[in-house]
Design a binder for this molecule. Structure first.
Ligand code: KIV
Ligand code: ZN
Length: 503
């Protein structure tokens, strides 16, 4: 059976989800897990976009073996050279260069003629080929481009040395039948198409990204670009787990296979959700909390008699663990480390020691420790940033008889400061005190609080999104005391803003 390559863009397009930006260590954790999952290509970032992006791509290229590492570049030579430098250490590296091909983009964004775009694309591919043999070209907004022009530019970039030509549905506009036809049209019309792999990259604005990607596979696409949990720009990208499980569940229909180890899917989904702070909706196919839960009596009855009556995949096929109870206060460092490994985290000695200490502390407060608790502890270790501000302590007074007030003690630039404030509720009072201590100009965009596991002793996790100078930043905090968790999340986000100012 022919193999369709999986090109994962969680670390590039996925990271373009509002508030989902990841630091280098977070990206490395995800990249390591993507290799275990068996993806063929990891698009690690857009090196010219920022120093942080460059460093992340370079680190991933240096450290990650077993997958091709791609860096994105516009057709500008500076972009291409920067991407080349970033992917240089990779065992196998790819430059992915793109320019828009639709008349809408040509007229309003690029202000270029079709001929100029074609020439620019060819020169970009030639320039990229001076750095590596593995070059991918993307015709941005391909689905709204003139089909003859698309065929012409595809032929030209293949001739210039592109081994992969990507046909993105940049704005999520196409529908499955039309997209399958477009891919077939290119397969039939482009004379040198046998020298390249046709790739697709679908956005989910109409909720059709997965359906369109699968239709393209039927049309002959040999590579699919997608993200874990479908995260990405606007409504997101095609969700990898859905594409993979559709192909695995209906192999004869698609006549194609993927190299993905499906048992790693759930773990990867959890890891990406924890690290980006983007929660997976409960009814999400494949990885949602309810994806394998049978609620209706008739369904339960049928399922108990014969699983296949209501189940087309088994939870174990995607690696959903049978038992979620993990560790307790007597568990040792080795068991903790093994559990982290099973959950997809690989920590260095120092981070492991810190995480283990936090685990022991939690185990003293809470009888049962679940996978979700461990993930919360460890994702904080992975996401930690140098601390300009730190919480030293707090106390609150609140309830129905008093006006909520809070006293917060923090260190700010290594100086201890204390401040008391009042507010509409205890969190509001704490946040006012922190804002006064730090003098922050940021505004709070989002505040989410959730219990990690059941029970009143559960670890509470708070995720906040702040905005300063038009760019959002996300902070996380967890504690068995929800007010403390809220303070930690706010301070974590403020520290990230401070780091950003230094860059
Ligand atoms: O959506 C898009 O067109 C892209 C390209 C850069 C591939 O993300
Ligand atoms: Zn995209």
């Amino acid at each position: 059976m022919r193999i369709v390559r999986i090109f994962d863009t969680t670390l590039r397009d996925g990271e373009q989800s509002p508030g989902a930006s990841m630091n280098v260590e977070e990206k490395l954790q995800v990249a390591r897990q993507l290799v275990k999952l068996g993806v063929d290509i990891i698009e690690a970032g857009f090196p010219i976009a920022s120093v942080g992006d460059f460093e992340a791509v370079r680190m991933i290229a240096s450290e990650i073996k077993g997958a091709t590492i791609a860096g994105l570049a516009r057709t500008k030579f500076d972009d291409i050279d920067r991407a080349a430098e970033a992917i240089k250490p990779a065992e196998s590296g790819r430059i992915h260069t793109f320019i828009a091909t639709s008349d809408i983009h040509l007229q309003h964004k690029l202000r270029m003629s079709r001929e100029a775009v074609l020439e620019t694309a060819v020169s970009a591919v030639q320039r990229a080929r001076q750095h590596t043999d593995d070059v991918e070209f993307s015709a941005e907004d391909a689905t709204r481009s003139d089909q003859d022009f698309l065929a012409r530019i595809t032929e030209a970039v293949i001739k210039a040395g592109a081994g992969t030509v990507n046909i993105p549905d940049t704005v999520g506009y196409t529908v499955p039948e039309e997209f399958e036809e477009l891919i077939k049209h290119l397969m039939n019309r482009v004379p040198n198409i046998d020298k390249a792999v046709i790739s697709v990259h679908c956005h989910n604005d109409l909720g059709l990204a997965v359906a369109n990607s699968l239709a393209a596979v039927l049309g002959g696409a040999g590579q699919v670009e997608c993200t874990i949990n479908g995260i990405g720009e606007r409504a997101g990208n095609a969700s990898m787990e859905e594409i993979v499980m559709a192909m695995k569940t209906r192999p004869k229909f698609f006549g194609a296979d993927v190299r993905i180890k499906t048992q790693e899917i759930y773990k990867t989904s959890r890891l990406v959700s924890k690290i980006t702070g983007i929660v997976v909706q409960p009814n999400k196919a494949i990885v949602g909390a309810n994806a394998f839960a049978h609620e209706a009596g008739i369904h339960q009855d049928g399922f108990l008699k014969e699983r296949s009556t209501y189940e087309i995949m088994k939870p174990e096929d995607v690696g959903i663990p049978q038992s979620k109870l993990v560790l307790g206060k007597h568990s040792g460092r080795h068991a903790f480390k093994m559990r982290l490994h099973d959950l997809g985290y690989e920590l260095g000695e120092a981070d492991l020691n810190n995480a283990f200490e936090k685990f022991k502390h939690l185990a003293d407060q809470k009888k049962y420790i679940f996978d979700e608790d461990v993930e919360t502890i460890v994702s904080q270790e992975v996401s930690k940033v140098p601390e300009v501000y730190a919480l030293l302590g707090l106390s609150v007074s609140s309830g129905t008889y008093v006006k909520p007030s809070a006293t917060v003690r923090m260190s700010s630039h290594e100086q201890p400061i204390e401040r008391t404030d009042s507010g509409d509720g205890p969190v509001d009072a704490v946040y006012r005190a922190i804002a006064a201590i730090t003098g922050t100009k940021s505004s709070l965009l989002k505040f989410d609080v959730k219990g990690i596991t059941g029970g009143t002793d559960a670890l509470g996790e708070v995720v906040v999104t702040l905005e300063e100078s038009g760019r959002p930043v996300r902070g996380q905090g967890a504690d068995t005391d929800i007010i403390v968790a809220s303070a930690k999340a706010y301070i974590n986000a403020l520290n990230k803003l401070e780091i950003r100012k230094l860059k």
